[in-house]
Design a binder for this molecule. Sequence first.
Ligand code: GTP
Ligand code: ZN
Length: 352
Amino acid sequence: MTNGIMAAYGRSDPNAAYARDYHEGCTAGRILSQEKGIYRLISEKGEQFAEISGKLRYHAKRAADFPAVGDFVVADCNSFQGNAVIHEILPRKSVFIRKAAGTGNTEQVVAANIDTVFICMSLNRDFNLRRLERYFAVAWESGASPVIVLTKSDLCSDPEAFISHVEQIAFGTDILLTSAMEQDGYKKLLPYIPFGRTAALIGSSGVGKSTLINQLLGEDRMETRGLRNDDKGKHTTTRRELFLLEQGGMVIDTPGMRELGLWDTGEGLEQSFSDIKALAAMCRFCDCSHTDEPHCAVQEAIAKGELSKERFQSYQKLKTENRYTEDTEGYLAEKKQKFKNIAKVNKSFRRR
Ligand SMILES: Nc1nc2c(ncn2[C@@H]2O[C@H](COP(=O)(O)OP(=O)(O)OP(=O)(O)O)[C@@H](O)[C@H]2O)c(=O)[nH]1
Ligand SMILES: [Zn+2]
């Protein structure tokens, strides 16, 4: 098997073998961008535009059933004219889903198969531990590993004080301190994006995500705009949203990624508030609401100063805001089943 371009894009050999088994002439590719149903695909055949097969479209029940940036797919890339055809999405290792505010079950997959998510927060007015907790929950929920990046350290006289605050909610997650004023500041991110791994940056507007991404890429991304598809005489401009870094590794930057963290979900919430969960397990009543019940371990911890009242309030707030519908739970169950399935597929390949 050749160790071609797809290794750099994080393709695993089982993916390629699966694609070949799927259909003669099919290959494993990765989605680089997506716009109005036209995908930009990278495969051993190079970069090309792609669209989904009629069968995939027919069976798609929800937004999550369509390919998203970062997805590995099985595609027929041999067409001499026209676009490649995407037949199947390979199981996702991680997935970032955005639920459109206020419109029921509308969900959108903003990116898939991200290994490392940098949660960015600046050390100025934007700094807010409660917001950081939200982003943390989003990261755990996705399946990607979080790393906290405290930006604009040049604007802060005592960054160590901020770090010790963050440590209290980070539970051992790595915390990086960066400043765009330092020429090599962004290099602290590189160890988390080795060859074949994919990273993304989330955080509020203006914290310095673009600045970091541009430094990582060593170029102005605007130059990468304007890929054209002249096959059908139409001009489709698709902005690349998955970038290969010179030293290996990839960065995904989709507009949707930037708006994450404004909603929240169940699983990640429990994980980023594991301390409260552990306390709750010690309450006398198993259905304790942690308000005025006797022998409430949560209230006792707050009284003793072991748990901050603000942290508990933000946990309560996220719980009540929780827009997790039955639908989304179904999706998660499905996702877990998919993980089990790919584990099985991988196992069977190892046996061969
Ligand atoms: N002082 C200082 N300014 C910075 C630093 N990093 C970024 N900035 C400035 O902060 C502003 C916003 O930075 P961006 O990189 O555009 O922020 P962003 O997170 O990409 O924002 P959105 O595109 O809205 O999501 C710009 O004016 C940057 O020059 C830093 O480390 N120190
Ligand atoms: Zn309690």
